[in-house]
Design a protein around this ligand. Structure first.
Ligand SMILES: [Zn+2]
Ligand SMILES: [Zn+2]
Length: 203
């Protein structure tokens, strides 16, 4: 849904948000605030948690694993779903991979705080903060990786292969939804398989 089709009060909110989400300022502020909120949540968790090493290590591994699925699910079903502004912003990214389209910078950090509050309903506060902080760290790594993949040409063969996984997605939007890792594309069968005699870079 575009801002112009919304009821007037929502339009007053949607228009400035739409403008913000395509600005260079917002992209930079997002990369910084995503990193900051992950550090704040992890440090707060460790500081107040009085944690033991084993459950803390398990929490970190669970957070990293959860992040890989969140990255995949958000890209496949939110950004490539019928989701109005989320889909529209991501479509602009597909048309212009070097553009500034990104979520409003305050949205992911607020979501991570809400996630920490949700986890705290089931976990001790320290572990809840650590779990949300590790997911936030994954999100921060995703954001900066995505910018670097499009802005940088890697020389290292392994890094080229890693960046190529997402670049293929730009030619084949129904495949390779993972950005930092292709784990869930392998598990859920959406990993791109080259057709014989077909070069994805020339699609
Ligand atoms: Zn991209
Ligand atoms: Zn996409």
């Amino acid at each position: 849904m575009s801002a112009s089709t919304l009821p007037a009060p929502l339009e007053w909110i949607a228009r400035p948000l739409a403008r913000l989400s395509t600005s260079h300022f917002n992209l930079r502020a997002g990369l910084i605030s995503d990193c900051l909120i992950s550090v704040v949540l992890i440090v707060a968790g460790v500081w107040y948690g009085n944690m033991r090493l084993l459950p803390a290590s398990v929490t970190v591994l669970c957070g990293l694993f959860a992040f890989t699925f969140i990255e995949y699910a958000a890209h496949r079903w939110l950004f490539h779903g019928n989701t109005g502004p989320f889909e529209a912003g991501h479509t602009r990214h597909h048309l212009d991979p070097l553009g500034y389209d990104a979520l409003p910078f305050f949205m992911p950090p607020l979501s991570m705080c809400a996630l920490a509050a949700l986890f705290a309903l089931a976990l001790p506060a320290g572990y809840a903060l650590l779990l949300a902080g590790v997911i936030a760290a994954g999100y921060s790594a995703y954001g900066s990786s995505h910018v670097v993949i499009h802005a940088h040409r890697f020389k290292n063969p392994q890094m080229r292969r890693w960046a190529g996984f997402h670049n293929i997605h730009h030619y084949h939007p129904d495949a390779n939804f993972g950005v930092t890792t292709g784990l869930w594309d392998v598990i859920l069968g959406t990993r791109y398989h080259r057709q014989p005699g077909h070069n994805p870079g020339k699609a």
